[in-house]
Design a protein. Structure first.
Length: 137
């Protein structure tokens, strides 16, 4: 059943089949609520990461960093990487090995951090997930 309001009289009418459409009405409330919940969830996750002193990152098939959050990056951000109070994500799109080599000053240039070794296995299709605990510093 289709409901519509007559343009001339403002009378609410009911049809069993649609003959013509005068206009549409979109309820954006659900979309707005979804964005607010997503923003709150992100803030909660960042709070957990900050308090647990962990670093979470993702890479694509080309081994480029697509996301990096946590103590390792927050502790190493310099004032030069902050513009208008927002951190400039220099590491997004960069090779994961180069990023972590740069973040870990104790590691000789070109040497791969041990905790990144499972990336090659995962990208080769061996295990689908891997958890590594490693302390830097």
């Amino acid at each position: 059943m289709v409901r519509y309001v007559e343009e001339n009289t403002g009378t609410l009418r009911y049809l069993f089949s649609l003959t013509r459409r005068v206009g549409t009405c979109t309820d954006a409330n659900e979309s707005i609520e979804t964005r607010l919940v997503a923003r709150q969830t992100k803030q909660q996750l960042l709070s957990v990461i900050a308090h647990s002193h962990v670093t979470i990152f993702t890479v694509d098939l080309n081994r480029s960093v697509t996301m990096l959050e946590g103590a390792l990056i927050w502790d190493t951000l310099s004032d030069d990487s902050v513009l208008d109070g927002v951190a400039s994500p220099w590491y997004i799109g960069e090779n994961v090995y180069e990023v972590f080599n740069r973040l870990n000053s104790q590691l000789p240039h070109g040497q791969r951090p041990q905790f990144l070794q499972p990336i090659e296995s995962i990208l080769a299709g061996l295990p689908t997930e891997d958890l590594q605990e490693h302390e830097i510093g």
